[in-house]
Design a protein around this ligand. Sequence first.
Ligand code: HEC
Ligand code: HEC
Ligand code: HEC
Ligand code: HEC
Ligand code: HEC
Length: 215
Amino acid sequence: MAQIFPPWWNKLPLAAALAGVLVPALAVAGVWYFFSPWYTDVGYRPAQPVPYSHKLHVGELGLDCRYCHASVEISSVANVPPTQTCMNCHQVVKRDSEVLAPIRDSASSGRPMRWIRVHELPDYAYFTHRSHVAAGIGCVTCHGRVDEMVTVTQMAPLSMGWCLDCHRNPAPHRRPVSEVTNMKWTPPRHPQLRLAQLERERPVNPPTDCSGCHR
Ligand code: HEC
Ligand code: HEC
Ligand code: HEC
Ligand code: HEC
Ligand code: HEC
């Protein structure tokens, strides 16, 4: 008798059963992928060409962020400092250190250091440091305790949901502008009074419409 159904037909129930397992498994994997820190880059900590330590320079020596990231208040980008900023001290301090050789090479050749970028938004999202700093959002709110980091690590997901969470209710994240680079600032005892005062002195209105961040 001619076979109407090919032999693999027998396996169909098995295939259906497998699909019943596989499809949900893939869905779970997808959710895991998109919402896990791996996808959002939380914890990203690339090794840098020179083991520059914020813990030493900020936490112990007490340098202010703006000594090096000088454009953070006036520009969309917080610049990474030019080699000359390091040479201000390292011309004298640790001038024979082996780990500082790339800095000395960069200073004598004029070729900029190639620091590896840690935080990076896609090109289609617009972000500017200037407005956030002026609105009293501290560096620590978005970058964590940089003063305790030997190697800079990304602490926030920088996802759209993360931006919007704050934009919908920025008040609790605000502080006096004078304290934006202070990693240890804590709100005074009457937070409601403080918030009311900040709102009175400088009301803010972060964008929540698409064109605010996708220009
Ligand atoms: C003495 C100079 C210096 C000071 C002071 C300094 N930084 Fe940096 N910062 C650097 C250098 C150099 C890099 C690039 C190398 C690296 O990532 O470690 C950097 C990188 C960073 C990055 C990561 C940039 C990226 O690629 O995404 C952040 C965030 C940052 N600094 C925040 C701060 C904050 C906040 C402060 C103050 C609490 C501060 N820095 C103080 C020199 C400095
Ligand atoms: C205000 C002065 C100052 C500036 C500016 C400065 N440093 Fe330093 N740096 C120091 C001091 C002080 C030490 C610790 C020296 C010691 O351990 O005796 C140090 C130590 C280091 C070390 C460890 C060296 C070793 O052999 O252990 C590295 C690496 C380093 N700095 C990189 C940098 C880089 C990169 C920059 C520029 C982004 C920079 N520093 C800017 C003062 C400075
Ligand atoms: C509201 C959140 C937020 C605050 C507050 C903030 N940053 Fe950033 N920072 C970011 C984001 C987002 C990026 C990535 C920007 C991009 O890719 O365009 C970034 C990137 C950086 C970089 C890498 C260079 C650049 O501009 O892309 C440095 C350095 C930096 N920040 C330092 C600082 C310092 C210092 C402060 C405090 C004075 C600060 N940031 C405050 C969110 C913030
Ligand atoms: C912790 C709070 C906070 C986070 C997180 C935050 N923002 Fe904001 N953002 C603000 C505040 C507050 C303002 C309002 C400034 C004002 O009205 O003066 C603002 C303003 C802005 C503006 C308008 C700036 C201008 O000058 O027109 C843009 C664009 C923006 N944010 C993008 C982003 C993006 C993109 C992210 C995420 C990567 C982000 N923000 C994360 C608090 C935040
Ligand atoms: C406060 C800033 C902000 C606002 C407002 C905003 N976005 Fe975004 N959006 C972002 C950022 C930042 C990213 C990049 C997220 C990332 O890299 O994970 C993004 C990513 C996206 C993506 C890429 C999707 C993805 O998951 O990669 C789409 C699509 C998008 N936004 C659409 C919108 C639409 C539509 C609106 C208005 C309803 C909107 N956005 C409003 C900040 C914003």
